[in-house]
Design a binder for this molecule. Structure first.
Ligand SMILES: NC(=O)c1ccc[n+]([C@@H]2O[C@H](COP(=O)([O-])OP(=O)(O)OC[C@H]3O[C@@H](n4cnc5c(N)ncnc54)[C@H](O)[C@@H]3O)[C@@H](O)[C@H]2O)c1
Length: 319
């Protein structure tokens, strides 16, 4: 991988709302030196590439190219998959599984052929199922296939906690684990602000303690926020793109950053053979150790039922 030479190539599959905004976020953050966009829609990919290229003067040195030929992804260090159907109003992420697993079946072998050394980052929904499908299709070391998982949900969670407790979002440490979807669960027991456990938060700045009712409201809002955004503007793109570019940066700069990415679990609290998000160390080789986060009995039950939900959808499509 070329990360130490700062010549890293990021191939983004799908130049839709999410893919194009990930490219934009990477450019602005100075993550990666070469960005390649691949999309079956030639007019769309050409237009996005042109628009991004017109902004190059204002960002750290980089190049952007695009094509409807998968060859544009050749020798990428990271392949980010965003291609596929997105949720329409009223649809859950799991409703996309069939169409998007089919796209993956066709696409992933072609990409692997041209970018055999890449780390694969899945964003297409349902991301846990699609990550599992990609693990199985590629046969790559499990560390090299990860999903954006609940990195986005955790940032939504932290934002809501920060707003309620009147502190900077950067000082909130809290994770959403499990499925990136309706069965995800907030890990309240290990959450903290500064070094104050969240469950002991007494309400600095007049914010008041986080009662069970307030906590339930926050958790519900995290789950429902994508539905609200889709209702208003048809897609979610900014926060997922920032989350995606953060994961890419952690890989390219070998940061060892703790992020709740989705990866194949192997006896994580007895959970195996399913891709789910738990806090894990992310660096040059992709996803490393999963952290043994302390879980309450209730959290463990929640994580197991999230695992069952994701596994049963993957099984329906022969994975
Ligand atoms: N994981 C997350 O946190 C997260 C957040 C938001 C969206 N998503 C998901 O990301 C995906 C993309 O969402 P979007 O809003 O960008 O959708 P979009 O419709 O704007 O873009 C999808 C793009 O994929 C392209 N495409 C379709 N099939 C392709 C193929 N075989 N090869 C190459 N390109 C192909 C389409 O031409 C289109 O440009 C959806 O599945 C959505 O649910 C995930």
């Amino acid at each position: 991988m070329a990360q130490t030479k700062n010549t890293a190539k990021i191939a983004i599959i799908g130049a839709g709302s999410v893919g194009a905004t990930i490219a934009y976020a990477c450019l602005i953050r100075g993550v990666g030196k070469q960005i390649a966009l691949f999309d079956v829609n030639r007019a769309k990919v050409d237009a996005e590439v042109l628009d991004l290229n017109h902004g190059l003067q204002f960002v750290p040195m980089a190049t952007v190219e695009g094509s409807d030929d998968v060859g544009v992804c050749a020798d990428a260090d990271i392949v980010v998959i965003t291609a596929g159907a997105k949720q329409k109003q009223g649809q859950t992420r799991m409703d996309l599984a069939s169409a998007n697993a089919d796209i993956c079946r066709k696409l992933v072998p072609q990409i692997l052929h041209v970018a055999p050394d890449a780390v694969f980052l899945l964003v297409t929904n349902p991301v846990d199922v699609i990550t599992y499908v990609t693990v199985k299709l590629t046969g790559l070391p499990h560390s090299r296939v990860l999903g954006s998982g609940t990195v986005l949900d955790s940032s939504r969670f932290r934002y809501l906690i920060a707003e309620r407790c009147r502190v900077a979002v950067q000082n909130v440490h809290a994770y959403i684990a499990g499925e990136h979807g309706d069965t995800e669960l907030p890990l309240w027991g290990s959450a903290s602000i500064g070094s104050v456990p969240l469950l002991e938060w007494t309400g600095a700045g007049g914010s008041g303690p986080l009662t069970a009712e307030i906590r339930d409201g926050i958790a519900r809002e995290v789950v429902e926020s994508a539905y609200r955004i889709i209702e208003g503007k048809g897609a979610t793109n900014y926060a997922v793109a920032l989350a995606g570019s953060r994961i890419i940066e952690a890989i390219l700069k070998d940061e060892g950053r703790v992020l709740p990415v989705s990866s194949l679990l192997d006896d994580f609290y007895g959970i195996s053979d399913v891709c789910l998000s738990v806090p894990a160390i992310v660096g040059a080789s992709g996803v490393g150790e999963r952290l043994p986060v302390p879980l309450s009995d209730e959290e463990l039950v929640g994580l197991r039922s999230s695992a069952d939900a994701v596994r049963s959808v993957a099984r329906q499509f022969g994975f």
